[in-house]
Write a protein of this length. Sequence first.
Length: 500
Amino acid sequence: MAGSLPGMSWPIYFKDRLIVGDLDSNVGVATLWMPKESVAAQLPQGSYSVCGQLYTKRGINPLLRNILANPKIAYIVLCGVDRQGSGDALLTFFNKGITGDAAGQGWRIIGDDEALLDKELPLDALELVRKNVEIFDLRMKPLEQVSAKITSLKKKRAFAQPQTFPESPMPKPTGYPSDMSVFKVRRDYIGDAWLDALKIIHRFGVETPGMYGKVKQVHNLCTVVEKENAREPKIADFMKFNRESLDKYVKGFFDKDRGSEHYTYGERIFAWDGVDQYAHMVRKLKGFPYDRGVLAILWKPHADNNPPANVVNAEGTSQKGWTVPCLVMILGQCIGDDFNMTAVFRNNDVYGAWPLNAFALRTMQQDICHEIGKNLGSLTTIAHIAEIYEIDWEDTAKVLAANDTLARFCQYDARSYYTVDVDGSDIIVKFFSPNGAQQLAEYKEDGKRPKVARDLCLMAVKDMLVSDLGAASDLGRQLAKAEAAVKLGLKFKQDNELAK
């Protein structure tokens, strides 16, 4: 419901992100992607009421709410670079109007399929703005022209009484945007890696139909395990099996006798039509540890692509009762004294199967290391389709809520560590190999320069010196403190608070 606003502090939305000028002015300036500071600096003092950026179409809602709360705003001057179409959408709102959203989620701007205006804003209030506020399109125009337009505008009275309306409830996200392919997990132990893999699918997974109901899935989940000892497995309390059941699973994983089953992994690895692929892998590694052909294939094209007629539906896709390998390839190579192994899954039940699969594959990797006299390197699994079945969604959320703690995210970066120092006005950042044996890079910049911390961060990113998000976040934090110390005349010491 609309209401009067005695003693209101305006703007009521995003005041801390706006430049407030003369509140008696009729002019609001939307600079889109151009820095608002750059625009405001070129405008006559007192010539505008508020100046701010409008990055996205979603920002149109607070803009309209601020106008309704301060109906002295009679003009919107649109300027700057329109990178995401927010300027187009705002102009379309004024030129074409709105229509109801079919799903009842809000108002649609006619001619724009993306912009959604809050349903809490009534139609008559939105029409009041459209009819009484003029918008001027000065996108990509020189700021001198923007300034001239603003100073030419005539003074007007408020077109209505101030109004505010209920906030839109914050919707709970059902999924999160992602790049949809190649999700990387790197952990020392399988249990920690499992939590990360579950979280990736739980958060970014797309719901799709599966053979046994709906699944959430992502493409190309790459999980690296570095320190797990399969002989003495580290079975976390939150995992769904104990040592006895794990040993039983691993034994069955490598069983060469498939009995009545269509396949077993052991049969495909050790006895594929009389071929022992494991033995060939060991033989090649003993002959040349850098051999590019050390692999085992578990998919039989002539058999696995042709299910019996009684388990094929009308569209020709296999149904329940027909099982084919999820694990389709195992590869390995030595780097120095370490033997690294990679396993490729066409699809992988990450909740129920992946941790067991990983322990079994780690066992195989350790067996090969023993036979060829090499150290145990990393185990990498790549799941083309990494999925969680609908029946496991609820428990996945519970496992993550109970065990995904902040302490898990303090870990080393496999590429480097760094030091940040201040010498006079210079900020110096050095990168070293993880073992400290080699300096990899050094950057020195004048800390008095604008945005120097940002530039130093980008140098490190450009040279690919940081791979861990936690390490990158800390680097940005340390460099920001160093820049503040130089500019404020304070003392800087890495990992400490600034001092006088």
